[in-house]
Design a protein around this ligand. Structure first.
Ligand code: HAM
Length: 426
C-alpha cells in the first residue's frame, strides 16, 4: 500500500535531509533572537473560515470529529499563532519574536513544489508596528536562504505594499470593501496572462460600475507610486533599511504581488528562484488586524511574518550544485559513527559489549554486528558507516587492536585504556 497522494514517506536519507533543513532554520531564527513555539495540527474549521481567504478554505482537509465538532488540519500556522497570542498577549513583553516549524496540510493538486503535506518554518514579530520589524523579517528570510549556500544569483525577494492598490482603487471610486476582489484578480497576473486578466477586470468593472483602464493597471506595475505617496515612502524606507544591512541586491519591487491570503494589511513579500523555475520558496507580510479580529477586539496587536516551505526549498537545494554539495556533506558527516567494534572471536563478545556500553555512556556513537560475521565483512560495515576507528576483539586479547580507518594505522592497547586513548586522539 502506498502513501496517500501528496503525502510523503521519509526514508532515513530523507529524514537526514529534513533534519539538515530544520537545523539551519533553527540556527538562523535563534541568531535573530526568535524563540520557538508550537500549536496543534488540528483546529476548529472556523479559525480559517474567518480570515484566511477563499483559496485556502477551498483547500482545507476538514471533517466532523466524533464529538460533532467541525475541525480542519492546519493549512498554515498564522491563524493558530494569532489565536494563541490573542489569548496570552498580556503575559509577554512586546515585541515578540516567535518561530515555529510544523506540518501544514492543503488539499492541492499535486505538482512540482506543491504537495498536500508540507513543513513550514514560520517567523513572526508581534506587537511592533514600525517598518523596522518588516525589515528584520525580510532580513531573516534572506539569511535563512544564505545559510543553505544560496547567493544573490539564486534568489530574489519581491516586495510590495497592498496599500498601493488600495490607493489606486480609491482613485477609481471602488468601494473599500470590494478591494479584496480586485486584489484576487491581480494575484493571478503571473499565472493567467494579460488577456485573462483584462477579461476579469471587465467583469469586476461591470459588477461595481467603475472604469479601470487596463493601461492604468499596467502603469501601476511599472510606475507604482502614483496616488500612493505615503505607501511609496514606506517602501522606500524599507528598501533603505535592507540596503543598509547589505541586502539591497536581494530585493525588488513587484506591484503585481498581493499574496493570496486575505489577512495581509500592507507589506507583502515572496522569495523566488531567480532562474524562475520554481514557485515561491517563502512568503509573508504584515497582518495588523488578524489578532484583533480573532479575539473579537479583545487583543489588538500588529504583526508581521513569513513562512518558508520545505518542498520548494528542497527542490532549490537539489537544483544548485553548491547548495546540494553543502547538504550532502553535512548529512554524511551527521550520519557517521565514531567507533565500530569488530568481534573476531565470539568468546570475546561479552567483553566487547561491556566496553561498547561504556563508550556509549560517554557519548560516543558505537555500533557492532549483532550476530557472528566474518571479520572482513565487519570491517566493510565499519567503512560503510563512516566510523573513525575500528576496535578489534580477537587473538590479541587481553589487548584490543585499534585501527584508524582513514590512515590504516594500528595500535594494540588494553580495553581499560580505550577511553583515555580516544580522548587523546580526538
Ligand atoms: P503561503 O505563501 O501560503 O504563506 O505559504 C508559505 C510557503 O509555504 C510557500 O511559499 C511555499 O513554499 C510553502 N507552501 C505552501 N503551500 C504548499 C504546498 N501545498 N506544498 C508545498 N509547499 C507549500 C503562509 O502560509 C502564511 N501563513 C505565511 C505567513 C506567516 N504570513 C505571516 N506569517
Amino acid at each position: 500500500m502506498q502513501a496517500l497522494p501528496g503525502f510523503r514517506d521519509f526514508l532515513p536519507a530523507d529524514c537526514a535531509a529534513r533534519n539538515y533543513i530544520f537545523a539551519r532554520w533553527r540556527e538562523v531564527a535563534r541568531r535573530y533572537g526568535f524563540v520557538e513555539w508550537d500549536g496543534p495540527v488540528l483546529e476548529p474549521t472556523e479559525l480559517y473560515r474567518k480570515k484566511s481567504g477563499d483559496e485556502i478554505v477551498g483547500q482545507l482537509f476538514n471533517f466532523t470529529d466524533k464529538g460533532e465538532r467541525e475541525v480542519a488540519l492546519r493549512p498554515e500556522l498564522t491563524p493558530t499563532l494569532a489565536r494563541i497570542i490573542a489569548a496570552h498577549e498580556r503575559e509577554f513583553k512586546k515585541p515578540l519574536k516567535w518561530f515555529s516549524i510544523g506540518s501544514c496540510f492543503r488539499y492541492e493538486k499535486q505538482q512540482r513544489g506543491r504537495l498536500r503535506e508540507h513543513i513550514q518554518l514560520n517567523c513572526d514579530i508581534l506587537g511592533e508596528p514600525s517598518i523596522e520589524a518588516d525589515a528584520e523579517l525580510i532580513a531573516v528570510s534572506i539569511d535563512v536562504l544564505r545559510e543553505f549556500g544560496f547567493t544573490v544569483d539564486d534568489f530574489v525577494v519581491r516586495v510590495n505594499d497592498r496599500d498601493i492598490w488600495v490607493a489606486f482603487l480609491d482613485g477609481h471610486m471602488v468601494p473599500r470593501e470590494e478591494c479584496s476582489k480586485f486584489l484576487n484578480i491581480i494575484d493571478k497576473i503571473d499565472r493567467v496572462g494579460e488577456e485573462e486578466i483584462r477579461r476579469r477586470i471587465e467583469v469586476f468593472e461591470r459588477e461595481f460600475d467603475v472604469i479601470i483602464p487596463w493601461l492604468a493597471v499596467k502603469d501601476m506595475l511599472e510606475t507604482p507610486v502614483k496616488g500612493a505617496k505615503d505607501v511609496s515612502n514606506r517602501l522606500v524606507i524599507l528598501f533603505e533599511k535592507l540596503s543598509a544591512r547589505g541586502m539591497g541586491d536581494f530585493i525588488q519591487l513587484d506591484c503585481s504581488l498581493v499574496r493570496g491570503l486575505a489577512y495581509y494589511t500592507s507589506t507583502v513579500f515572496e522569495l523566488f528562484d531567480r532562474r524562475g523555475k520554481l514557485r515561491a520558496v517563502a512568503g509573508g507580510g504584515r497582518y495588523d488586524n488578524l489578532i484583533e479580529q480573532l479575539s473579537d477586539g479583545a487583543a489588538k496587536l500588529s504583526a508581521v511574518g513569513f513562512a518558508m516551505g520545505d518542498v520548494v526549498l528542497g527542490e532549490l537545494i537539489r537544483d544548485r550544485p553548491a547548495a546540494r554539495q553543502k547538504m550532502e556533506t553535512a548529512v554524511r558527516d551527521e550520519s557517521k559513527i565514531d567507533i565500530y567494534v569488530v568481534i573476531a572471536k565470539e568468546e570475546r563478545r561479552p567483553d566487547a559489549i561491556a566496553e561498547i556500553q561504556k563508550l556509549r555512556d560517554r557519548g560516543y556513537r558505537v555500533d557492532y554486528s549483532l550476530t557472528p560475521a566474518k571479520v572482513g565483512k565487519q570491517f566493510q560495515t565499519a567503512e560503510d558507516l563512516g566510523a573513525t576507528i575500528a576496535v578489534l576483539y580477537g587473538d590479541e586479547w587481553p589487548q584490543v587492536k585499534v585501527k584508524t580507518l582513514a590512515t590504516r594505522e594500528e595500535q594494540l592497547i588494553r580495553p581499560e585504556e580505550l577511553l583515555a586513548y580516544l580522548t587523546r586522539s580526538s
